[in-house]
Design a protein around this ligand. Structure first.
Ligand SMILES: [Zn+2]
Ligand SMILES: [Zn+2]
Ligand SMILES: [Zn+2]
Length: 379
């Protein structure tokens, strides 16, 4: 079983390796491979699949065609689907993080589901989401979390953090400069030189900070700074810590439209493949004057069916139906089925009937797949 060392791109390689692994698993189940060999080979294959996958995501940042192929594969991942649904419902708003007591950013989607930045980052890599810098957090370089990191101000001489930080005030009228605590008499600020009570903020200014160490009595302007992780008791500086960028995320109109067309494809592909249909998604067909792209095409015996799917925030309107009609005219040979989630508007339904496009409507991808199977069984 020779593996293809020189696949065209990491996505194709990932597919080849995955089917190689499936093959190996079948051979092992049929007792054609020894357990020891199976374990070694499957471990190697899994490692290569992981490598190809991470290569795909890296490449997707620069190569839109790889990014698009990744998106089409991922629209039906249950976790990604929830996030896409969130943006389908609230397309204009960006998704901002909340920070819990552990200071780890999490994102609330659909009002109830918390997702981690990792999955959103993956979606941004394949061009599903755009990101805007929201906050930067300092994580411990030893244990990798920001949860227990504290900023420390310390004495520049003896390193003690037992230091007093005093603001220096200047009384503008008489020019007196002193530590803030010298100005305080009870809750009032009174100039120690001219004895005037300072009632407005424009009568004085803060000109800096003076620190004094309670351990060694040193005086200095800028305290030394470091970070201390209470989780693993390690101290680190800004230069050795991990600064983690935290983003807010948005989904552009193009991607929302793409998502609407491909979000039910996996459920439908699984069902139709099991019933003996050959599925291509995206379904690309050569037309009279140009190539046209359907959500998917299904082929069995002499039947060729072009299927477009669309998910709306509410009812699916007439445009995607007309779009399908024009494409079917262009290819001139396929039957056309339109699947809408959760439903079509009345006008869209009328237009579909007028143009001989069969329609299925359902709230969930699996239910929609069943209805489309029933329709194409009758064609
Ligand atoms: Zn730590
Ligand atoms: Zn000191
Ligand atoms: Zn004064």
């Amino acid at each position: 079983m020779a593996s293809q060392e020189t696949a065209n791109d990491p996505l194709t390689e990932q597919d080849n390796l995955t089917s190689e692994l499936a093959n190996l698993e079948k051979q092992f189940a049929d007792r054609k491979v020894k357990e020891k060999d199976y374990e070694l080979l499957s471990k190697q294959l899994r490692e290569r699949i992981r490598k190809a996958e991470s290569q795909s995501y890296n490449l997707a940042k620069k190569d839109e065609s790889i990014a698009r192929r990744l998106r089409l594969r991922n629209f039906n991942d249950p976790e990604i689907q929830q996030i896409v649904n969130h943006f389908l419902k609230a397309s204009e708003k960006s998704l901002e993080p909340t920070f819990g007591a552990d200071r780890i950013p999490r994102y609330l989607v659909l009002g109830t589901v918390l997702v981690e930045q990792k999955i959103l980052q993956k979606m941004a890599d394949m061009g599903m989401l755009s990101e805007v810098l929201f906050e930067r957090i300092v994580s411990c370089p030893t244990c990798g979390t920001p949860s227990n990191v504290h900023l420390r101000f310390k004495c520049t001489q003896c390193n003690s953090m037992n230091i007093a930080l005093n603001r220096m005030l200047e009384h503008l009228q008489c020019g007196t400069i002193h530590q803030e605590n010298v100005f305080f008499v009870g809750r009032n600020l009174i100039c120690p030189t001219c004895k005037k009570m300072l009632q407005n903020k424009d009568e004085y200014r803060v000109i800096g900070l003076v620190c004094s160490c309670r351990a060694c009595d040193a005086h200095f302007e800028d305290p030394a700074q470091s970070y201390f992780c209470r989780g693993c008791n390690s101290e680190f500086s800004l230069s050795s810590g991990q600064i983690v960028d935290v983003f807010s995320y948005g989904m552009g109109k193009n991607i929302l439209n793409e998502a609407r067309r491909f979000i039910g494809v996996n459920a439908l592909t699984t069902l139709l493949t099991a019933k003996g249909y050959m599925i291509k998604s995206p379904g690309v067909m050569a037309g009279a004057s140009k190539e046209v792209v359907f959500s998917l095409t299904a082929e069995k015996d002499t039947k060729l069916i072009a299927i477009d799917l669309s998910q709306g925030d509410g009812e699916v309107e007439v445009e995607p139906i007309l779009d399908l009609f024009v494409k079917v005219l262009e290819v001139n040979s396929a039957h056309a089925v339109f699947g809408a989630m959760p439903a079509l508007s009345k006008k869209a339904r009328d237009v579909a009937a007028m143009h001989n496009i069969q329609v299925a409507e359902a709230a969930a991808p699996e239910e929609l797949a069943e209805k489309i199977l029933e329709i194409i069984g009758r064609i």
